[in-house]
Design a protein. Sequence first.
Length: 471
Amino acid sequence: MKKLLLSIAFAIFISLQIFAQIREGRSYMIIASHSNKALEIKQSINITSPELILQQNDSTGNENQLFFFKKVRGGYYQIIAKCSNLSLEVKNSSLKDHENIQQNKYLGQDNQLFTLVKTPNGSYAIINKNSGFGFDVLGGDKSFDNNAAVIQYPGSSHPNQLFRIVDFDKVQNTPLVDLTKHSFLYTGEWDYRKQVQNIFVVRDGKITWTYGIPFNNEKGEMEELGDATMLANGNILFCRRVSASIVTPDKKIIWNIDAEQGCEIHSVQALGLEKVLIIQNGNPAKAMFINTKTNKIEKTIILPTGNPESSHMQFRRVRLTPDNTLLAAHSDNAKVAEYDLNGKEIWSYAIPNVWGASRLKNGNTLITSFPSNVTEVNKKGEIVWEFSEKYVTDFNCYLFQEANRLENGNTIICNWCPWHLKNSLDWSGTVQVIEVTPDKKVVWEVNEWSEPQDLGPASSMQILDDLKIEK
């Protein structure tokens, strides 16, 4: 009993810390971390009937999937179903596990009060005051079926016991987690949960193609997927720290370059179908223009670095711009710099902890920097748009890696978590990728950590909606 009381006291303390994030009067969806399904009041002819159970189902945004959180005494919440105005409770004030969560008239009893315990990955355990047990989707973390009941059960750390609380009013009925919205190429660094790291192609909401590399190569060197692009012929250019390659849709490597001894490759760019720009971190760091048909290095530009003796963090993204200049994100030199093809610096913007940079069609530069910032600056160095974790309340931001601007003006951002969350068990439930509007509204998320759709950490995403493959 003493242990239970201490657990509840700690949960109250955590809950008090997050009141600022839950706003009364707003509608929220409760999303199961393991399944990406929404909790809902079970459909009935009379949805306002007492004792209808709580279950998971595909997200629809219907009122039976929306809830209000009302702050009450002692740091607890009353959770109110929007469809009925009834409150969630543990049935019969039970202290036993496996008892259903249901809706009923609010009487202010302890079985109708809950605290929210935030986990390192930004999801929440929802703990009942009366029993000290948490919400649990029946069937464990492999329970992906619709209509699986929500019960109370001891513990608060399994994926089926963790939930994301999404501000539905903020997203204005936009289905956030919907993989069918975009087709995309996806990969990321440091998926050390597995012996094989993968590049994925997702179309119509399903993984349609993968290509895997071992986490460590035959020399025992760690390979690190980080930058990848699909070409107009369907081939994919990618790098893996120790080399860069082109792989065909039938998974044949048709071109490869190994990094020199002590050097690393983290940035690659396709220049048409037969030329590539490869950035080799090292002493010196090199930008190499290579003809992949002849395998000839046609031009090399030496790039300055902040620390020539330490290659790993020199560059993550360098891009050839439409003006035929090099735009380099100097991760070890706290700036973004633009160079002509003779290697002369012609523009720069000072920014600490920079990760990537790209030149936009309007001539501005889009920059990502640690820990979680995206900044758009003009040629004068003036900030014209920005996005950071301060605009997000529904999930945690970690390290923003690649960011790309879409034709509609929205921005795709990769939210890479392994640096903050060393224990990979904490990755499930985190948001891997977001799409943000110019007015800083999150309108799409990728949150896929369960097989058969487990995408792993996000470093690179190329939207393929408008890419026409040449036969």
